[in-house]
Design a protein around this ligand. Structure first.
Ligand code: HEM
Length: 132
């Protein structure tokens, strides 16, 4: 990380973020726990995620410029996010990063940075409680 000013830069700036998001959403759409939450037309979600990750990882504030305060937890409240879904989201992102040429330690750092919000967005208890 020491050679970079931000993870945004380390991940390859605009092109790198777009590439990562392009690898991430097909995994989300193929995931049994995540797919049902997302619309069939994933393109608008991808475009928003590109703007958000850019600013979250230290690039220009593209998301806020367009949509105002991110309020990301609030924006996720309509969707039942269980701990398992947060793990699944992070797993899709881990696999997307693994397909890129980003060095391993920076992949790990990116996941660590995303773990905070992912766990923070959990708003629903697990639905795997033992049946009575
Ligand atoms: C914890 C697991 C997560 C789940 C299950 C999840 C699921 C979703 C869903 C269902 C949407 C709405 C799609 C639609 O527009 O219909 C969404 C939007 C979004 N998510 Fe997540 N998400 C998760 C974590 C994250 C994380 C960690 C980030 C970024 C740090 C993130 C960033 C976004 C952004 C930027 C949007 C678009 C918000 C907007 O409408 O402006 N999500 N997410």
């Amino acid at each position: 990380m020491s050679n970079y000013d931000s993870l945004y830069e380390a991940l390859g700036e605009a092109e790198g973020i777009r590439d990562l998001v392009g690898r991430f959403y097909p995994k989300v759409q193929a995931h049994p726990l995540l797919a049902p939450l997302f619309p069939e037309d994933i393109i608008p979600v991808m475009e928003k995620q590109i703007l958000f990750l850019t600013q979250f990882l230290g690039g220009p504030p593209l998301y806020s410029d367009e949509y105002g305060h991110p309020m990301m937890r609030a924006r996720h409240l309509p969707f039942p996010i269980t701990p398992e879904r947060a793990e699944a989201w992070l797993d899709c992102m881990t696999r997307a990063l693994a397909e890129t040429s980003v060095p391993g330690p920076l992949q790990k750092l990116t996941i660590e940075r995303l773990s905070g919000p992912a766990n923070h967005f959990v708003n629903t208890v697990s639905d795997n409680s033992p049946s009575l």
